[in-house]
Design a binder for this molecule. Structure first.
Ligand SMILES: Cc1ncc(COP(=O)(O)O)c(C=O)c1O
Length: 355
């Protein structure tokens, strides 16, 4: 499908000259490097970190391209997916003028990033079973609507969003559609990356923070047409991904077997939690999940949340969030952690509510 990104881009960026680093001009690895004001003696640490890293992370992208079956030119890497979200606002949304569409309850950073960038948010709530309302979404669009953010599997509900609804929005909306797949590795749903060559207004986000167990490194991926990726690369800070992160993930990515084994364990534990919770009469609902967490409806959820903290068990209280009333979001832990959570829940209901 033909789609011209230029009219969407903020006008002052059309001719912006990006920062060019010394390492853009000479990409060889051999030589005497007197170009970047680095320390020639090495680092104060055992391992050396004195040289600036590859600004475009090409070696790492080549490996990611293989496992995700996309082209290197279709990949942007950010300091967490959160960096990609922020750059999208900065690239496409004129502060005080443009708007984006959010579909609550959903991941909170879309709204925070919109706020930081002074961009209006138009909220079209999901249905009671956490699906999209495409007609209402398209009605809310005007000429200043730049992005629709869709999260699937959705956080905090955990369900996958109907594929046909997402495809309809991609086809009918004349702006960008972001599909955030942070939790896709826990789902049987194929990624939307398979549609990248069909739709130039699609951007898919994934992350190394969840299934790969690398949250602390901060590495998020965005997949889109090479034109869209070029725009993000032009406005990103030059060395946004540290050398340590690039090296560590390059090594990690060869361990696909290990990540698959961890995913299998998490899915098994998710089932264990669901089965245990289903036996407790006072649990009102365990929402269907395709992620590594469960959204659980229970009486007095806020009170239970506080009591769990007393037991040093920390979950996410979503009970004040629209459509998640009286719900806690619980990440799947290891077997001992999950057992401790279930035991604590039983104790709290027995002691505080005589249940
Ligand atoms: C839906 C969703 N997207 C993105 C992120 C953030 O990912 P990252 O750690 O890559 O910034 C999260 C983190 O909780 C999330 O739930």
């Amino acid at each position: 499908m033909k789609f011209d990104l230029t009219p969407l881009l903020r006008p002052h960026l059309v001719n912006l000259q990006p920062y060019t680093s010394a390492r853009d001009e000479y990409t060889g690895k051999e030589g005497i490097f007197l170009d970047a004001n680095e320390n020639p003696y090495g680092s104060v640490t055992d391992e050396d970190f004195n040289r600036y890293p590859d600004p475009y992370q090409l070696e790492l992208k080549a490996e990611i391209a293989k496992i995700k079956q996309v082209k290197t030119s279709q990949i942007f890497l950010g300091n967490g997916s959160d960096e990609a979200i922020d750059l999208l606002f900065r690239a496409f949304c004129n502060p005080g003028k443009d708007n984006v569409i959010l579909l609550p309850p959903t991941y909170g950073m879309y709204e925070v990033s919109a706020g930081i960038n002074d961009v209006e948010t138009r909220k079209i709530p999901l249905t009671a079973d956490f699906q999209l309302q495409p007609d209402l979404i398209l009605e809310a669009v005007d000429q200043h609507t730049k992005i629709i953010f869709i999260c699937s599997p959705n956080n905090p509900s955990g369900n996958k969003v109907h594929r046909e609804d997402i495809l309809r929005l991609i086809r009918e909306f004349n702006g960008l559609v972001v599909v955030d797949e942070a939790y896709i590795d826990f789902s049987d749903e194929p990624s939307f990356t398979t549609h990248l060559s069909d739709y130039k207004n699609l951007l898919v986000m994934q992350t190394f923070s969840k299934a790969w167990g690398l949250a602390s490194l901060r590495l998020g991926m965005a997949f889109a047409s090479k034109e869209l990726i070029k725009i993000l690369n032009r406005i990103k800070p030059p060395y946004n991904i540290s050398g340590l992160t690039q090296q560590t993930v390059l090594a990690a990515i060869k361990n696909v077997d290990k990540v698959n084994a961890m995913i299998a364990d998490i899915l098994q534990e998710r089932e264990y939690l669901r089965t245990e919770l289903a036996q407790l009469d006072y649990i009102e609902k365990i929402h269907d999940t395709h992620a590594n967490f469960l959204l659980i409806k229970m009486p007095n959820a806020s009170h239970v949340y506080d009591d769990l903290i007393e037991e040093k068990i920390i979950v996410r209280n979503r009970s004040k969030v629209q459509l998640c009333e009286e719900c806690l979001r619980v990440t799947v832990g290891t077997r001992p952690e999950n057992e401790a959570f279930i035991q604590a829940l039983k104790k709290i209901y027995a002691e505080s509510f005589n249940l």
